[in-house]
Every structure is written in structure tokens, then in C-alpha cells.
Write a protein that binds this ligand. Structure first.
Ligand SMILES: [Zn+2]
Length: 58
């Protein structure tokens, strides 16, 4: 089990990665993640776009 946290693109609150899935795109398979933040926003984004928003030590 893993609790994967990042930041909400909208309100910058901590957001949980609910699931990840690989989706086909024109450039090939891209891993996407579904986020849900503390305020109820949710997003489906490419995982690569989360890299610079990683909610890690600080
Ligand atoms: Zn939010």
C-alpha cells in the first residue's frame, strides 16, 4: 500500500494520488494519475507533470 501525495494544481493543497493508469497518446503510452485534493478538486494528469510538484519533505 502506498499513500502518494502531491499538490493540487488549483489550490496548492496536499492532494492524494488515488490511482495511476497508463493511457495511450500520440507519443506512446503515458502514465496518468488521478488526484483528489483536500478541498475536493480532482484532476487526471500525466505523471510526468507532477514531478515538479512533488509533495515530499517540504
Ligand atoms: Zn484543490
Amino acid at each position: 500500500m502506498s499513500l502518494d501525495l502531491t499538490r493540487c494544481p488549483d489550490c496548492d493543497a496536499p492532494a492524494e494520488v488515488e490511482w495511476r493508469a497508463v493511457m495511450e497518446s500520440t507519443d506512446g503510452p503515458v502514465e496518468h494519475a488521478r488526484l483528489r485534493c483536500l478541498h475536493g478538486h480532482w484532476y487526471l494528469l500525466p505523471v510526468a507533470s507532477l514531478a515538479d510538484r512533488a509533495y515530499l519533505e517540504r
